[in-house]
Design a protein around this ligand. Structure first.
Ligand code: NAD
Length: 312
């Protein structure tokens, strides 16, 4: 869907897209396919080269990606990088344009940038996503969005192209708040699910039987029913593909670090979240630097051996 004009017709938007990595690349492809006029930029030339077949422009410098654009979308690794990018382009972004950050970053950075952007008369949305690379490819991402109603109205038609659901969570920072709360639950439930498989193994309970029971009972969660960490059990997931991500353990560690930072700043007692953070810190140190999918923590928490000797 493109943007409705006052005369009721639709028109393409001039969009700068900064950060063409695992998530940014498939997101940008969907915007191009919908007819938008995109200029992409990434510090890694290889990231831009990988999109050379896509009908879009590329910029060798960050300013060209933002100059005279109605919307700039960022999909970057962390808050520090985002801050550098935003500070570079704010002075040349047109007044009334919109800065949409889809990265997952700390709320403090989001709030500081929102202030800078508003002072420059630029609309701003924090719009982190859930759904991973496969969701970005399929256009089924969920966007959790913070910002004003007016800014949200600018981003909405673009979210509809890149995703399936969008929730306007509240004012600036509310999108990032929702994202880290969601991913704290995800980290904790993945660990609980893996520990349940470890206990089932030691009790001699078949993993498939545990799945059959839990996925239809009160212990169910997305970690069990959709993204089961045990290979060969449940729907296809990274565990069936040697734990290739999916969603890497390094990214889970990043998100749990952000949720714990926010909890500490606000004095919120999140003990399970803290423990999940510590377990992922250990796992990332002891595995391939967190390159495996986050569900591979099953192999750390269980012996990986299904036992029959203690079958009740
Ligand atoms: P990625 O590392 O694949 O992509 C980030 C891109 O940003 C890279 O191509 C990198 O070269 C580029 N970049 C770094 N510094 C830059 C700069 N100064 N200017 C321009 N480009 C720069 O990461 P990703 O997996 O695409 O994740 C992006 C964001 O999305 C992260 O904040 C991540 O937490 C979040 N996220 C990722 C997933 C996932 O499954 N991968 C899911 C949800 C959210």
């Amino acid at each position: 869907m493109n943007v409705a004009r006052a005369d009721g017709k639709e028109r393409n938007m001039k969009i700068g897209f900064i950060g063409l990595g695992n998530m940014g690349a498939p997101m940008v492809k969907r915007l191009v396919a919908a007819g938008h006029d995109i200029t992409g930029y990434d510090v890694m030339e290889s990231a831009m080269a990988a999109l050379s077949e896509v009908k879009m422009d590329f910029s060798n410098d960050i300013l060209t990606a933002a100059r005279e654009k109605e919307v700039v979308i960022t999909m970057l690794p962390n808050g520090e990088v985002l801050k550098g990018v935003a500070e570079a382009i704010i002075p040349i972004m047109p007044k009334g344009s919109c800065f949409i950050d889809c990265s997952t970053v700390d709320i403090n950075t989001t709030m500081q940038l929102a202030k800078l952007l508003k002072n420059a008369a630029i609309h701003v949305l924090d719009a982190p996503v859930s759904g991973g690379v496969s969701g970005a490819v399929a256009g089924t991402l969920t966007f959790m969005v913070g910002g004003s109603e007016e800014s949200f109205a600018i981003g909405k038609p673009l979210f509809e192209i890149m995703g399936q659901r969008m929730i306007h969570c509240g004012a600036d920072g509310a999108g990032q708040a929702a994202k880290i709360c969601n991913n704290m639950i995800l980290g904790v439930t993945m660990i609980a699910t893996c520990e349940a498989f470890a206990l089932a193994d030691d009790l001699g309970l078949d993993r498939q039987k545990l799945f059959d029971v839990v996925s239809t009972s009160s212990g169910n969660s997305w970690s069990m029913s959709t993204y089961c960490p045990a290979p060969g059990v449940g729907p296809k997931s990274p565990s069936d593909n040697d734990y290739l991500p999916g969603f890497s353990a390094a990214l889970m560690l990043k998100d749990l670090t952000l949720s714990q930072q926010a909890a500490e700043i606000n004095g919120t007692p999140t003990r399970a979240g803290k423990l999940a953070l510590e377990l992922y810190q250990d796992f990332v140190k002891s595995s391939k630097g967190g390159a495996l999918d986050f569900s591979a923590i099953l192999n750390k928490l269980s012996t990986g051996q299904e036992k029959n000797s203690k079958r009740p």
